[in-house]
Design a protein around this ligand. Sequence first.
Ligand code: OGA
Ligand code: CA
Ligand code: FE2
Length: 495
Amino acid sequence: MSDNQESTDTEDTTTASRSATLPLRPPCERLSCHKSSVCSRSYFVVVMVFFHVYIINVIGLLFYVHYSSGQEDGTRSRDAPSSGQQRPEARRPPSKAEFLRDVSLTRIEGIRVGHVQKVSLVPDKVHEMRTLSLKPLLFEIPGFLSEDECRVVMQLAQLKGLMESQLMVQDGQEELAKELNLSPDEIFNLLDINQDGQLQLHEILTHSRVRDGIWLTPENLREIYAGLKADKDGNGLLSLEEFRLLSNDAFQRFLLQRGVKRSQLVRNSRHTWLYQGKGAHQVLQDIKARVTRLTRLPSSLVELSEPLQVVRYEEGGHYHAHHDSGPVYPETACTHTRLAANTSTPFETSCRYITVLFYLNSVEGGGETAFPVADNRTYDEVSLIQNDVDLLDTRRNCDKSNLRVKPAKGTAVFWYNYLSDGRGWVGEQDEYALHGGCVVTHGTKWVANKWINIDPDYQRQARYQQLVSQQSEDEDDEGVTLNPDTQSSDVHQDL
Ligand code: OGA
Ligand code: CA
Ligand code: FE2
């Protein structure tokens, strides 16, 4: 009680001021017209009661959240589609919790750069997997493919025939611009990324790459300005007045007239696709099974991914830095699950969760795979293209990349193009996964890409898998399941 008494003195002023602002306090007023311990005590009791009620409420709330989250998921997904992994006897669509529990995506831990883990991918051989970077999460596995396998893949690709990876000029964008019917002022505004009323070189460069796949350098652009007398005041910037004097396709017409070389494209290579399903060459099926083991993802996800892409770069070939897959917004659709999407959207990306890149030969000179911003402290898109140094340019600036992987026959590298959402599914795009193929200075370069497509919207992925499994059930009795059948915990061991 002495504690109470002590606190009375200090709390008294508070009580008084509160009674002043809260006139409806009759008991207190009656008892404490002057300083009264009865009032202080009752005040203390009231405070304690409130305090206990508050604590009980918090505990109650915690219990509620804990016990209701499972049920809530169940009710929320009542109208959700089945994920294909459900047992035939239970026709109820799985809840979000169930779906994630069964198909939670394994993400291999990088630990630290240089960390080596032993992986068992084929009988009688242990591979070593080295962490090359954490941002993006990137690994290298020497000897992933045997010499014979590399040879077979290159031969199969040649047999099938390779096509130009990029056509000279993409018309689609032109049509889109016409359809939108934008005024020069509106176009200027779109290009002026930093909204300073001037077009800097890099603002034009970025646009040209996206629009027609022509990779301009700052020098090219200065040449074009001179040819078109576009930059009247010669300050290297285009003002709105200067921009208005140019026709919509002035740059493109100028370039086409002068002739665009293959080396001036975003990508200078040839490629083809090799299907890896039933009936495919055994080597292709073996590679698919090994990729499943390596990535520890459900085999159905690998099964339903894009075919193997085989790429050939001649001497002088390159691929400027890019993302294999774009960012996902709520309205973005994935190419592979479009079948299962019930809305149409102008935003679409390939949703390549993982890239596995195989080097099919050792290149005599150049041809490294560059990761310009791997393990950078920050990612700043705008500073990638300064006016004179363009980190995305793999013909000029590979030496400035944070990380370069030298092609060695049979080596595989793989990385995650997306982060985790923290709940076992695909999260946001990993911007650090930016990469490109440096110019080949001597010889030819052969690589293959195995992309693993996963929709960041797990319900859409589930719906898609269900659709496919129904189709294949119609064809034969072997349904596609989402259950990981290759997840043995002893595949990866630390050294
Ligand atoms: C690709 C790619 C890199 C390389 O084909 O998407 O990024 O080193 N290739 O060829
Ligand atoms: Ca500007
Ligand atoms: Fe790529």
